[in-house]
Design a binder for this molecule. Structure first.
Ligand code: BGC
Length: 471
């Protein structure tokens, strides 16, 4: 009788915990929306801004890339914020800066001012893109961690699509200022929801606040034994004496984890995905779709495919795993870029058959789908899983910074590459890189599905090969 009663109480508590978790994941996932809105908004606004102010290619590259320079800096700032004031407050600061950056960009009176506010916007996006996956990884359990962080990336893609749609709506009047300002609204909502979230139990424990950590773990699991076991695993990882940079210098295994995070983010960016993201109208015009309307519609279709294909990752990442998705995704992207390059040869030869432009546009869609089901979400998942607790902020700062620096390199060189190498060679270059990434995945990337953060850390610190730390 007593057992039955206990079972019922536990079930009710667990149900409540499941609701709490869902809310937390949704609220923190909102940070992804900001990231996406900001990434999506500029490709639609740029043609209007360039026309109004007569911007050169290099000025346009700066308007696009200044945000990434800010974001790389934001990742470093976030590592201090997240370590000292916690993940939750760090997210709120990111959202507040986003409001300043987006309103300021919309009110800019010249290119310098626009670039300045896009730097602030970048700072905020750097903070959000650092903090949200980290927070989510520390709040989720091992069997749903992959899909929770992929859910965050899903919000990024929804943000991009929402920005494309709102850009399209404002494009009829050419109102680029509204395009840039309207994205402040979700940032206000983010601040209001994040206020209600608990702090990460791993951060609380690292600060010696074990009672609070235990309370949060209880509310996440609704099961006292599970919460106690997890807290004792976390305490075990805290026994390492050094932390951060000192630990990085002293411990080879920590350096290996940082190397892997940097490699993963560099691979994600050198897929060439952001070429499509930031210059999607330009890519469409290379494929022969010249009118602004065709380009806007094409960009929205790209966004829809992006959202839909990200669901593949959300549903498969904790079942079939991280590694198979990465291999398939890089393969799809390599083939799509190779064919895209071939189409460009036909197009630049003059008078191509009409199907060539459609094949090129279809390849863009395959490429987007390949990224969305693999490197897009999975790199963020892996990067927040592989760093040991005592050097987690430092390790994720290095990988997130790499994301933004390499993103800036790809964004800042695309137009120049097209001008010097030509469009086909540029796309082929990315095809080769994607093929190389399949090999690097086989050599270095671990499979971390259904393994606890503490077990991954133990394997790493025991000196297992990087590709085996999830076993
Ligand atoms: C990448 C960004 C990219 C975004 C699009 C992220 O995972 O890091 O560079 O633009 O996905 O969703």
């Amino acid at each position: 009788m007593e057992n039955v009663a206990t079972a019922q109480v536990l079930t009710a508590a667990e149900k409540k915990a499941a609701r709490v978790r869902k809310f937390i994941f949704f609220a923190a996932g909102m940070a992804g929306l900001l990231f996406g809105l900001d990434q999506g908004v500029i490709s639609g606004a740029l043609p209007f801004i360039s026309k109004e102010w007569g911007l050169s290619s290099s000025a346009q590259e700066w308007v696009v890339s200044s945000m990434m320079v800010g974001a790389a800096t934001g990742a470093i700032v976030a590592s201090f914020l997240a370590a000292n004031i916690g993940r939750k407050k760090s997210l709120m600061i990111g959202a507040a800066l986003f409001i300043v950056g987006s309103l300021g960009s919309g009110m800019a009176i010249n290119a310098d001012m626009l670039i300045g506010f896009r730097l602030i916007l970048g700072l905020s996006v750097g903070i959000a893109s650092y903090t949200a996956p980290l927070y989510l990884a520390e709040m989720a359990d091992k069997d749903s961690r992959g899909s929770v962080i992929s859910g965050y990336q899903l919000m990024v893609t929804v943000g991009i699509l929402a920005a494309f749609l709102s850009d399209t709506a404002f494009s009829y009047t050419g109102n680029w200022r509204m395009m840039l300002m309207v994205i402040a609204i979700p940032a206000v909502i983010l601040i209001l929801t994040v206020v209600t979230l608990p702090d990460s139990p791993r951060w609380l424990a690292a600060k010696g606040r074990f009672d609070e950590a235990s309370k949060v773990l209880n509310s996440l699991h609704g099961n006292a034994k599970m919460a106690a076991d997890e807290l004792s695993d976390i305490k075990e990882t805290l026994k390492v004496k050094q932390a951060g940079w000192a630990l990085f210098k002293a411990n080879k295994n920590v350096r290996r984890a940082v190397f892997l995070g940097v490699l993963l983010q560099a691979m994600q960016q050198f897929t060439g995905f952001n070429v499509i993201m930031y210059y999607s109208p330009k890519v469409l015009s290379l494929a022969g779709f010249a009118s602004t309307e065709q380009q806007m519609i094409g960009t929205v279709i790209n966004g829809i495919v992006f959202v839909l294909a990200t669901f593949i990752a959300v549903f498969t990442v904790d079942k079939s795993g991280r590694k198979p998705a990465l291999k398939i995704g890089f393969g799809v992207m390599a083939v799509a870029m190779a064919i895209e390059g071939a189409c460009m040869v036909l197009i630049s030869g003059g008078n191509p058959a009409p199907w060539v432009g459609y094949v090129a546009a279809t390849m863009t869609l395959f490429f987007i789908a390949g990224f969305a089901m693999s490197a897009g979400p999975i790199v963020w998942v892996l990067c927040s899983e592989i760093q040991p607790l005592k050097s987690r902020e430092f390790g994720i700062a290095c990988s997130t910074m790499t994301n933004w620096i390499t993103c800036a390199i790809v964004g800042a060189t695309f137009l120049t590459l097209i001008d010097t190498l030509g469009s086909s060679m540029t796309f082929w270059l990315y095809a080769v890189l994607n093929a190389v990434f399949i090999g690097l995945t086989l050599a270095y990337v671990p499979e971390t599905k259904n393994v606890s953060l503490e077990q991954i850390e133990k394997n790493l610190m025991d000196g297992k090969k990087l590709r085996d730390i999830g076993c």
